[in-house]
Design a protein around this ligand. Sequence first.
Ligand SMILES: O=c1[nH]c(=O)c2nc[nH]c2[nH]1
Ligand SMILES: [Zn+2]
Length: 446
Amino acid sequence: MPDKNIVFVGIIASSSSLDQLVISSGYIAVQDGKITKTGSTKEFDELEKAGEFSSYKVVKLSRDQFIIPGFVDCHTHAPQFPNIGLGLDRPLLEWLAKYTFPLEKKYSDTEFAAKVYDQVVQRLLKNGTTTACYFGSLHVDGTLELVKSAIKHHQRALIGKVSMNKENDAGYYNDTKKELEEVETFIKKVLAYQNELVEPVVTPRFAVSCDKELMDGLACIANKYNCRIQSHISENLSEIEYVLETNPKCATYGDVYDKSGILNNKCIMAHAVHLTDKELSLLPKKGVSVAHCPASNTRLKSGLCPVRRIINANITVGLGTDVSGGDNASILDAIRRTMDVSMCLEMQGSPNCALNWKEAFYLATLGGAKALNLDHKIGNFEVGKDFDALLVDVYSTGGQIDKYEGALPTTTDEYAVELLQKFIFVGDDRNIAQVYVKGEKVKDIL
Ligand SMILES: O=c1[nH]c(=O)c2nc[nH]c2[nH]1
Ligand SMILES: [Zn+2]
């Protein structure tokens, strides 16, 4: 049973905006999974003396530990995990045909799906991903296994059954009418769980795999059930060329989605590497968010996404691991690659492009929550939000970070910033000692 009342005391860090990191010693009180009170350590001492926390479990962090919000993965493909690290020798469209569609086809086998998805969800929780926005496969029952795993392991998850109706060599697509029926069936089955952590997402794979009739129908279904929509946009130049060739009345890739009513403030698009100026003004007008996926953009040689330009266009951005185009299922890795890719662009001559570690940390937490329209519930530690959090132990045994006694600053505030910085640049899952989703502990290696 999770602790009903729990209070954490120690270093706490979160973002209030892209350029505002809030880090200090203090406390977070949690009741029934929700944050009810926060304050300084001094305030905690006074309240504790007054008996305020007598019915609470009190968790006092060590000097080398801190609490941060859980990571938000805005874009990943659960059925592709068996291919992680494999087949990254082709550009997007060839990679999909040769490696990805044949693997995803296997999820017609629900037993196989159940086994893979149970591992995927546990891997992500171990990496500190408390919220994931998942693409499943074309299959209703197979993708429902992902829903069951997220519920079983208590992960916050947005899950889509992938929609495709255009013929491909793997024979991995559906007839339009059948596809639209299956999407509704999937949504109804997910909603029937009445699980507050898991929601269905309408998921047209991309405009290469879906024609206008299917996308029109999917937009109607998303409206009917008030669902989120996820897809891919402008990842690769050959993809864009194909989409414009097959939609001659559309001036841009964004227009193709817009003409079907796919673009709205519940829509998140992955990649957006090659957006035109027109699209950079269309997407924020429609309220569309972007999942920035730096690992897959470099692994599949799609391009270096100018993420600062997207942010400056007033588009809400979160981070995605995009496994298995991406080769790493950790948002910590996505943070580092976001910094690296943006710095490469700056070094190649685009001024003020680089994102620093505090900005990348924001994208991994509050930015992701905003991109998924979940920032009223998660993303930082405002009172009233759910407690989705990581307890980080910087010098955990067996980890990569060694302690050099006497080398770090002695003032608590400076020490706290350096601890967080070390974790962001050098840490891994071994430093993520505990993971909480809505107040429930889902990982504990302390
Ligand atoms: O990186 C990607 N992975 C995919 O599975 C995919 N499908 C369409 N476009 C895609 N891009
Ligand atoms: Zn993707």
